[in-house]
Design a protein around this ligand. Sequence first.
Ligand code: HEM
Length: 407
Amino acid sequence: MEADKQNVQTEKVQVTERDLSEQIKAVTKDSHVRAENTELMLAFQKANISLHQYKLLLCSLYKIYEALEEELDRNASHESVAPIYFPQELARMEALKKDLEHFYGQDWREKMTVPAATLRYAQRLREVLGPLRASERYLFLHYACTTSVAPFNLHYKLCEHPEYLVAHAYTRYLGDLSGGQILGRITQKSLGLKNGEGLGFFSFPAVSSPNLFKQLYRSRMNSIELTETQRAGVLEEAVRAFEFNIQIGSEHPEYLVAHAYTRYLGDLSGGQILGRITQKSLGLKNGEGLGFFSFPAVSSPNLFKQLYRSRMNSIELTETQRAGVLEEAVRAFEFNIQVFEELQTLLNMSEKNELRQRHKTHDVKTPDISVSQRSAVTSSLTSGSQLLRMLLGLCFALALGMGVYAF
Ligand code: HEM
């Protein structure tokens, strides 16, 4: 397509310091450096990405572009959005669907994994931007009539900033047409993908020259009329858009393995002993209050643990990811130790408070209470706490024991 060449020639491209394209580039300069240096982006640049990582990235991109492009479509005729609305040249959704289908098969929608940072990004695009859908408008009106919400909160909820879409579209599309093109070539080589299959996301068939198109895009951005407040909002939103992308590049869904291992395998190991001790020491009957320790769908904890380990071993990880997961497991143990220690402190504090309270009440009611009576009250009060303390001690010891066993 020659559309970008013709458009750039017909539209005068003069850039000044006051131009949105220059300002947005300037305010996001530092963020761009950080975006380039997230673990994921560094892995790309070193050609050290796994197929799993690439598939996960495609899932994230799908969710982001689904929100971005739906909002752009809905606001296409808005004066701030219309100049940068280029669905034919830029839209990524169809390419992403094909890529996902290539890797996951026809039921890619069911197989997709969407990391939390991606959900936050998509949520931002949907919540803050664009006029509300009719159903949302009704909900908010209903909300306003039926609650005593502060006017400021309501105003905030009803805020519409279609111009913020410029910041998000700029961050993604101009990025895709810049560094994205380099990433595409690296991905193709490192994963040995053939005939452009699974690489549709990086390809813009309707853009013959990315550089010329970027010039056109910038000049369109500069033609958007914005008040000073709106301009400041757009610049702030661009930094936020970069932040979301940085978070995605720094996310480690694989670290969940470390946390799930630490908790569940612990619960199925030492946790089973703790359950029996708790039951006996507190005299709990019919499993009541002991549900946490019971796994009715696991007939043999040992066999289940074997299955779990073999599943863990089947996970495809790069060397960096593997090192990260191992480090995270140590961190998960640390967290558990901290939890036990904090519980212990809380227990000590509430024990002391209860005692103080008791003493106060007794002092007021029966100022001549004898020491022996006092210690009887104390011991009856603390017996439960001591038991819990003992359990905590055991948890602590087991956690440490498991640490030694695991590594
Ligand atoms: C491996 C990581 C990356 C590399 C190597 C890279 C590289 C580049 C390069 C070389 C340019 C300059 C293009 C030009 O001057 O025309 C550029 C521009 C840009 N990049 Fe990146 N980038 C990376 C990651 C990202 C990320 C994660 C984002 C955010 C989603 C991003 C957003 C942008 C934007 C918006 C521009 C346009 C700047 C402008 O001209 O106003 N980049 N990138």
